[in-house]
Design a protein around this ligand. Structure first.
Ligand code: SAM
Length: 476
């Protein structure tokens, strides 16, 4: 990986972490426009600086960085907020004491500053402080350690994801070459053990999902299960959403609803209601799903669960179709910023048009339609077909799934998707015997009675996909 790529990734991680910081550490800055402007300017400077510093890293420094990281590789970092704060202060003063004793202590000082960065909730800001206050040699070493960290996190991802108990791994396969001779690879899922027809291979719940708006009230706002009226648990702050159980209500509140709840605000244009009203009237779930995604990401950051990869890490690796900017996205972006603005300071800077289009592209390209226990003669207008769905039952919502996003399409798939608990939990079931090491395929579209030509057209229109499955390869 090129140094510039590593540094760009580092800065990306810093920006994301900053959002997490803002929500739980520093309430007084929330409404200060001057502070926001300053932050934006400083972040740009941090990016530039990181790039310059990485270029300066000489071979000798690179070795020092490796050694420094190796010396602390098994160290644990504190998890509670208080412990982190204390640890951070200790490292900062130790680092300062060390570098004032001279260049022979620079590497040790850099380790302290690096450790402080690892627990400090707003690393981008701390980097700016370092840049102004510590010797440039020490600063270069700290940035080098940070870049290495990000690089190894990137490289390790597919060795720890998907978790072993899901019985699949992501495999990279050649997919031809581009016109200028660049190798193209694609990723798919292969099984780590054999399965017989009818066996479940794995199950997963989505990172985020949304319910078809016209079903709000009769289906759970969190898990999309049909609500049994006796056990319905409505939101205590708004009369818009209902949950099928207290567990779903608690999970939703923690992950996103505490921020996205309309709180029964009277004003349809209020920050609380504007996104809700838009979703209900347009039935376009994208901004709501992205709002949930971002709030969940912040929630994960503030929980500091120790998980190595958060929802953002999972999403940023997914393939996408580029979406050209239009008025629709402008509107969606504005709604998102308004809905999250007062709760997530820094969101204005984070949601650039480029990042929004990327997130939307990733979301739409990887969504699956969810169909639960809805009976087919119920009169709802179905969601626009913007997601992979081969279900015969009507779609009750959409979900983004971490692992299943990697499944390739085949017109003769060896698995099928089942929502066996009638909620958002997706299970992949073998439809024939599968050997260990075989790749898994689902149908992105209903094959049924379609001709090869019709299938090709549908797959291309929806996914820009020229199907390479055996059925398509052997028929003209
Ligand atoms: C949602 S992604 C699936 C994961 C993807 N294979 C990856 O590399 O990350 C959809 C993309 O997978 C590839 N793909 C899936 N099924 C395919 C098929 N039957 N034939 C050719 N390409 C396919 C296409 O490149 C498509 O754009």
């Amino acid at each position: 990986m090129k140094t510039s790529t590593i540094v760009a990734a580092t800065v990306g991680v810093l920006t994301v972490a900053t959002i997490g910081y803002a929500i739980y550490f520093d309430a007084k800055r929330r409404n200060d426009p001057e502070f926001r402007r300053k932050l934006k300017k400083e972040r740009k400077r941090a990016q530039k600086l990181a790039l310059e510093e990485a270029k300066k890293l000489s071979n000798r420094s690179a070795q020092t960085v490796e050694e420094a990281l190796a010396s602390i590789k098994d160290e644990d970092f504190p998890t509670s907020m208080e412990e982190r704060e204390k640890f951070c202060m200790e490292q900062l003063s130790a680092g300062e004491a060390l570098f004032t004793r001279g260049p022979q202590n620079y590497a040790q000082a850099a380790i302290c500053f690096y450790k402080a960065l690892k627990v400090y909730p707003a690393p981008a800001e701390l980097v700016m402080v370092y840049q102004k206050t510590i010797p440039s040699e020490v600063f270069t070493l700290v940035m080098g350690m940070l870049s290495k960290d990000v690089q190894s996190k990137q490289e390790k991802y597919y060795t720890v994801f998907p978790p072993e108990d899901m019985n699949v791994k992501v495999d990279e396969k050649p997919e031809g070459v581009t016109a200028d001779g660049q190798k193209v690879t694609r990723r798919g899922l292969v099984v780590t053990k054999a399965f017989t027809a009818g066996q479940a291979i794995y199950s997963e719940v989505p990172v985020i999902n949304s319910l078809e708006p016209s079903l709000e009230g009769s289906f759970c706002h969190y898990c999309l299960k049909e609500i049994v009226q006796e056990s319905a648990v409505p939101c205590s702050k708004c009369s818009q959403v209902v949950f099928c159980s207290q567990d779903c209500k608690d999970a939703a509140s923690q992950e996103f609803h505490n921020i996205l709840c309309t709180k029964n605000s009277e004003d349809a244009d209020s920050p609380e209601r504007s996104l809700y009203e838009y979703t209900k009237t347009t039935r376009n779930l994208v901004p709501e799903m992205l709002a949930k995604f971002l709030v969940k990401m912040v929630h994960e950051e503030s929980m500091n669960s120790g998980a190595e990869y958060n929802s953002f890490d999972h999403m940023e690796r997914l393939r996408y179709l580029e979406i050209p900017p239009s008025d629709e996205e402008e509107k969606e972006m504005e709604l998102l910023k308004v809905a999250l603005g007062s709760n997530i300071p820094g969101i204005d800077e984070f949601i650039t048009a480029e990042r929004y289009l990327l997130m939307k592209g990733r979301l739409l390209y990887n969504l699956y339609g969810i169909s639960t226990s809805l009976d087919t003669d119920r009169t709802i207008k179905y969601l626009p077909e913007r997601q992979r769905s081969i279900r015969d039952a009507p779609i009750t919502g959409s979900g983004l799934y971490r692992v299943s996003s990697y499944l390739m399409h085949s017109c003769e798939p060896n698995t099928k998707i089942v929502f066996s608990d009638h909620d958002h939990k997706l299970t992949i079931v073998a439809t024939r015997d599968i050997q260990a090491g075989d790749e898994l395929f689902v149908g992105y579209i209903k094959n049924g009675k379609l001709s090869t030509e019709q299938r090709r057209l549908e797959l291309f229109t929806k996914y820009r996909l020229q199907c390479m499955c055996p059925l398509c390869e052997t028929t003209d």
